[in-house]
Write a protein that binds this ligand. Sequence first.
Ligand code: SF4
Length: 381
Amino acid sequence: MDRFKSSSIVLQKMQNFRIFFSTSIKLIGIYSHLIYSYSLSPYTARKISSPSLKPYFICKQRQISRASVTRFLDTSSAQLSLVSWDEGDANISSEVISVNFFFSRKCNYSCKFCFHTAKNDYTLPLEKVYEGIKLLKEAGCEKINFAGGEPFLHPFELGMMVQQCNKLGVAVSIISNASCISPPWMKNFGKYVDVLGVSLDSFDPVTNGFIGRGADVDNKHLSRVLNVRDLCEKYNIKFKVNTVVSTLNWKEDMNTNINLLNPMRWKVFQVLLLHGENSGANGDLRDVRNLLITNDMFQSFVDRHSAACPQLVPEPNNLMKDSYIMLDEKMRFLNCQCGSKTPTDSILEVGVNNALKQAGFNKKAFLKRGGIFDWNKTKGL
Ligand code: SF4
């Protein structure tokens, strides 16, 4: 009876963190211990142990951040402790389940830390992009995240690409600086978009201006983000926020405003130096060195926000570097293992699997940073 009661308390705690329990709690006796099964994610299973009651399995139907689980453990039971973040990868059949396609480097902003700078203005012809999307789908890709540059500087091409993904059953995510997402575009193509993420590093217009997010005298970045949030709501698109933490914002308290924005996911990145992009060396378009922060500074930002913002997903430098499958404007994977972006052969020339061998992708880090989450649009609205 006591054990039943304590499982109800655990459930209540999980709900407090907005973790959706889709089915039931099952209690099964094994060797005089209990297995508690929570349905939380379609892809991953996380194993948790306790000194007194073991083993526990949390089967996740939704991505939850490391911070959320840690808080759950801290506040639910002193007995519970996290054993592994990497269980369940056997359920992920493809290395390319989630691909980031940086289809153009062109951007209208000039963020000081940018790590995919406007070194050229090349874009592939649409029919080549369609060919690439088909190859990715055949290799097991389930989601493409369109990034840049600023993707909405190419509204027609972007619309055609997301439509093509939809046709092939590939989920669509887009990352934008929020400056040129128009209502007509959303009306025409919003139905093909599952997740729309916007970059927002500060709620202070002066800081945003200093970072380079918008060139207005009276910085309007925040009001643009709010407009996009409203458009997402209107077109049933999951709204996400990306924040880069640097020397310019690491002390900021964003709790209240993030909760007002209410993104389904808040990615918080530690600013990253990449040679060839933002190292300040000859030929690099940015110099990020004055913006770099220590791991402790980054952690203090995460600690300040993780209690009030359970959707926070932290990405320190060590998790970020090799945990993304990135395709550049020529559909070449970008290998960051050496601290710069080295392009592989194009998937259009050698195929996905051959190009992937050169990509330096770290699947464990991908899983650890919560790369799998519930990215599909809610149906039926
Ligand atoms: S909006 Fe993004 S792509 Fe554009 S300059 Fe800023 S970081 Fe770079």
